[in-house]
Design a protein around this ligand. Structure first.
Ligand code: COA
Length: 399
């Protein structure tokens, strides 16, 4: 069977950020609750002329500047920050980037799991025709109601991935464990710009979906727990990934005793994957893959041919467990698209920091209607959402 996976990957976030220390001060919450309790330091927020489309377009531009578009026949755009009920977000990105016309483009949605749905669909397309490539974009803005418990776990991020045969970054193994259960832990009806969240219910649902997907993974011939060198678990906030990891270790504990010498049971096997998310916040569909980039870019060991357990969760709820295998030279591949550790930290440092008051004004100013309006020029990124004219959402390059 031909090897398929992620050939190259690029990241983007919005160009404004809020330190959670500012939120803690303003809301009179001990900052330790955010820094240690949730595992978060900062959250990216959108400028008034940024949205998930501009972020996705920026990530794809970084990727395609290196890879080119040859062979791309499919663009899969995953998001739960949809800007249109009908037109796919990927078609907006296709237009902004001026991509070739002979591409099928579609949007996928299932909360934070959507990025994995897009990746797995892309892998299937490529496995069927290994000459073809697929562009996967996962882009989201996690925007919660202010003064509710989810507020410090907001964030924004996008990832663009080129999926191909004989990938240079990571191979994705064919075995997957999958799981679906209809549950109301987190949802966003059409008339609301923020989700309804039962935070602690969602944490329990995440855990159940994790063991459910793991059991299915093993039932379908997946690897033994002892074969994994590292893990990346979906990270709405860092502490959730730590809890998930502890749960997996506990759940597989009987076997761990038998292979105690070969398995790292502590957080060192997830630590490097948590670095970017700590400074970006939740990025929903992109979060798992930003975590993968963080692991590949920051782990002190050479992970070539090591097995990385990947757990994807989307409220509602759908989950999947699968295995990614870094390929020789993966660090150079990251650097080619600006996804190496230094470039990513430079990108995060370049964001404009705003204070609590400014953040709340920006939060309240989001327009979701389709009357004519222009957005103020704020972003320092390459693309901006210019507003709505004639019921049409308009985008432009900033230079
Ligand atoms: N110093 C250190 N840690 C502190 C602290 C302090 N001063 N105060 C509280 N904490 C810890 C708590 O003990 C807890 O850690 P634990 O879970 O390991 O015990 C953590 O901080 C969070 O506190 P908690 O009271 O549970 O937070 P909350 O109820 O206000 O909000 C969520 C937490 C996750 C429910 C909320 O952020 C949320 O709704 N998020 C959005 C939904 C989400 O991301 N779900 C995840 C699955 S998809």
């Amino acid at each position: 069977m031909v090897s398929v996976g992620i050939d190259a990957l690029a990241l983007a976030t919005t160009h404004v950020q809020v330190p959670l220390s500012a939120l803690a001060d303003a809301l009179d919450v001990p900052v330790g609750k955010y820094h240690k309790g949730l595992g978060q330091e900062r959250m990216s927020i959108p400028a008034l002329d940024e949205d998930a489309i501009t972020m996705g377009a920026e990530a794809a531009t970084k990727l395609l500047a290196h890879t080119g578009t040859d062979g791309i026949r499919t663009l899969l755009y995953a998001s739960e920050s949809g800007v249109d009920q009908s037109k796919a977000g990927g078609v907006f990105v296709h237009g902004i980037l001026g991509l070739p016309r002979h591409i099928r483009t579609v949007e996928l949605k299932e909360a934070c799991y959507g990025g994995t749905a897009a990746l797995q669909t892309a892998l299937a397309f490529v496995a069927r025709n290994p000459e073809e490539k697929a562009l996967v974009i996962a882009s989201d803005i996690a925007r919660y109601t202010t003064d509710e418990s989810g507020e410090p776990t907001q964030g924004a991020g996008a990832v663009a991935m080129l999926v191909s045969a004989n990938p240079r970054l990571v191979e994705i193994e064919p075995v997957s464990g999958v799981y679906t259960l209809d549950i109301n832990d987190f949802w966003r009806p059409n008339d609301s710009s923020t989700p309804y969240v039962h935070g602690h219910v969602s944490m329990d649902a995440y855990m159940d979906a994790f063991t459910g997907a793991w059991d299915d993974y093993r039932a379908y011939g997946g690897r033994d727990i002892g074969e994994f060198a590292r893990f990346v678990h979906h990270q709405p906030f860092g502490k959730m990934a730590r809890k998930a990891h502890a749960r997996l270790m506990e759940y597989t504990g009987v076997h761990l005793q038998a292979t105690n010498d070969t398995v790292n049971t502590d957080d060192s096997v997830i630590e490097a994957g948590l670095i970017y998310g700590r400074h970006i916040g939740n990025s929903y569909t992109a979060a798992l893959y930003i975590g993968l980039a963080s692991l590949l870019g920051n782990d002190s060991e050479d992970l070539t041919h090591k097995k990385i357990g990947m757990f994807s969760y989307g409220s509602g709820a759908v989950s999947e467990f699968f295995c990614a295998v870094p390929q020789p030279g993966y660090r150079e591949v990251l650097a080619q698209t600006g996804a190496d550790a230094r470039s990513v930290m430079d990108m995060l440092d370049a964001r404009t920091e705003v204070d609590f008051r400014t953040y709340r004004v920006m939060h309240a100013a989001l327009r979701t209607d389709s009357e004519d309006f222009e957005t103020p020029s704020q972003t320092t990124g390459p693309y901006r959402w210019a507003g709505v004219q004639g019921k049409i959402r308009r985008y432009s390059a900033t230079s």
